[in-house]
Design a protein around this ligand. Structure first.
Ligand SMILES: NC(=O)c1ccc[n+]([C@@H]2O[C@H](COP(=O)([O-])OP(=O)(O)OC[C@H]3O[C@@H](n4cnc5c(N)ncnc54)[C@H](O)[C@@H]3O)[C@@H](O)[C@H]2O)c1
Length: 479
């Protein structure tokens, strides 16, 4: 028997039924539907976690006429989204409002609605705990929230970054608790496997604020618990991205994302270390990198800075080094890169001390203005930002520290820091001139670097943001 909804999906362009597809559909009633079902329109797609990853993904599916429901524990976020209001700077309220109005997107805290979804995508956080070990509690809680509502033929995809093995070792057993099965099978892509539901991993490669590559332009890597799961997920994602890259397993897909982030983390550590050496040798590392980048092959520029920030690069590599221990394996590159990158904010604070010392001042009692608390330019995200570490270190050493950031009028209480009393200082010439040192931590494009250097007594520049400033260079210290 073919259900009415499935039959509707099997109608081809001229209204005739695609009998091949119908045959496959009828044959695989173990799942209730074939992987081809997920090529259809008006799929009901549930996205758990409406954050930096989940929200753009939800809107992208809504753009291609799917019916998207965002699930989140945060009631305030859900209310905001349903009112058509964004809480992420690079996602416009207008985009959300339009999809809410067209009834293609809504948000809810009611997880019972998961049972009505055709596909459920998990986009919840995967941070580190206090001992810098993987904290999979969000993923586990989410799998436990899905399990009682899991339906035959549903597709579940984990998108959160994690170590190889999470989907099959952690998520699969929880989902199977209700009796439905999704057998592990790494057979060839076309292999038929009887499965009650589909389960896959597909890493998110979102780069918030990147104007060149949005979700639609970035190829999506997909690996299934079994071949039909991989095909189901590939069919669904093919509707929203330019290219789907199938891999042989969920573990391979999990490892792809970690390789990408470890590649960045290690290369950033390398330039950070070479910067420290260049400073000692009296070389300008920026000139060296820019010149090396003229080589048309075999070199990719990475840039030094005050340390790693963001939700991914400072966190994800440790997921792999943690898992590696289970295999009696020490992931030395990851540990070494972590050591160098973690040291960077300390180096910057020492440089501020040395620059003040040269002007016969101590850190203690000096007024320091830190520019940019976001972890990178032009974003409203301060997770793991090295600026927060520098704020803490300078304050501990007795400096009187203020900050300016056009993306953060005020700071809130965070997991490791509480700067909730601090408000962004207006960048007037008088304000700039009132500080002993201006520390450029994040090189937002909106900053007027000429004005900053002109009015500051001393500028410590961690990003080479002042490279085009001509007047007042004697006040600039690169570090
Ligand atoms: N931010 C990025 O640029 C980026 C890029 C690629 C991959 N990732 C990965 O994507 C995942 C999500 O990251 P993010 O940046 O979107 O996080 P985020 O903190 O912006 O959003 C997570 C959302 O999940 C919600 N949430 C938490 N627990 C929940 C639960 N049990 N049920 C429902 N909702 C829950 C939170 O309220 C929040 O709205 C992480 O694994 C991250 O490593 C992030």
């Amino acid at each position: 028997m073919l259900c009415l909804r499935c039959a509707q999906r099997l109608l081809v362009g001229d209204g005739k039924v695609d009998f091949m597809a119908q045959l496959m559909e009828t044959e695989s009633m173990a799942t209730g539907r074939t992987p081809e079902f997920f090529s259809g329109k008006e799929l009901k797609i549930g996205i758990i976690g409406c954050g930096y990853v989940g929200l753009p993904l939800a809107l992208r599916f809504a753009d291609v006429s799917q019916q998207v429901t965002g699930f989140d524990l945060d009631k305030t976020k859900v209310e905001k989204l349903n009112a058509g209001s964004s809480y992420i700077q690079h996602i416009s309220s207008e985009r959300i409002r339009e999809q809410v109005k067209r009834k293609r997107f809504r948000a809810t805290t009611d997880f019972a609605k998961l049972r009505d979804m055709d596909a459920v995508l998990i986009c919840v956080p995967t941070p580190l705990d206090e001992r810098r070990e993987p904290d999979l509690s969000y993923v586990k809680e989410t799998a436990e929230a899905i399990a009682p509502h899991l339906q035959k033929g549903q597709l579940i995809v984990l998108e959160s970054t994690t170590y190889p093995g999470t989907t099959d070792e952690l998520v699969l057993p929880i989902l199977e608790q209700g009796g439905l099965r999704c057998p592990l099978d790494s057979g060839s892509r076309g292999k038929e496997v009887k499965t009650d539901f589909y389960l896959a991993f597909s890493p998110e490669r979102e780069d918030p604020g990147n104007k060149q590559y949005g979700l639609a332009q970035i190829p999506k890597v997909v690996g299934g618990i079994n071949p039909p799961s991989g095909r189901a997920a590939a069919n669904m994602y093919a509707q929203i991205v330019s290219k789907v890259v199938p891999v042989s397993s969920t573990r391979a897909a999990e490892m792809v994302k970690l390789l990408e982030n470890i590649f960045r983390c290690v290369n950033i550590a390398l330039v950070n270390e070479l910067k420290l050496l260049s400073l000692r040798m009296g070389l300008d590392i920026w000139e060296v990198i820019d010149s090396a980048a003229t080589k048309p092959f075999g070199f990719m520029p990475f840039y030094p800075g005050p340390g790693l920030g963001g939700h991914c690069i400072p966190v994800d590599p440790y997921y792999l080094s943690w898992k590696a221990r289970e295999f009696d394996f020490a992931a030395r590159f990851i540990e070494l890169a972590g050591e160098i990158n973690t040291e960077m904010p300390y180096h910057i604070v020492r440089s501020v001390g040395a620059a003040l010392n040269d002007r016969e001042k101590s850190v203690k009692g000096s007024k320091v203005l830190l520019l940019g608390v976001a972890y990178k330019k032009d974003v409203d995200d301060l997770r793991e930002s090295p600026s927060l570490k520098m704020l803490e270190l300078l304050t501990e050493r007795g400096a009187d520290v203020d900050y300016n950031d056009p993306y953060f009028r005020a700071l809130h209480k965070m997991r490791h820091y509480d700067f909730s009393h601090k408000r962004s200082v207006d960048l007037t010439p008088e304000a700039i001139a009132s500080y002993d040192c201006v520390l450029i931590a994040t090189d937002h494009s909106s900053y007027d670097y000429e004005l900053i250097v002109k009015n500051a007594k001393l500028v410590v520049d961690t990003r080479n943001a002042t490279r085009r400033v001509k007047a007042g260079r004697e006040k600039i210290v690169q570090c």
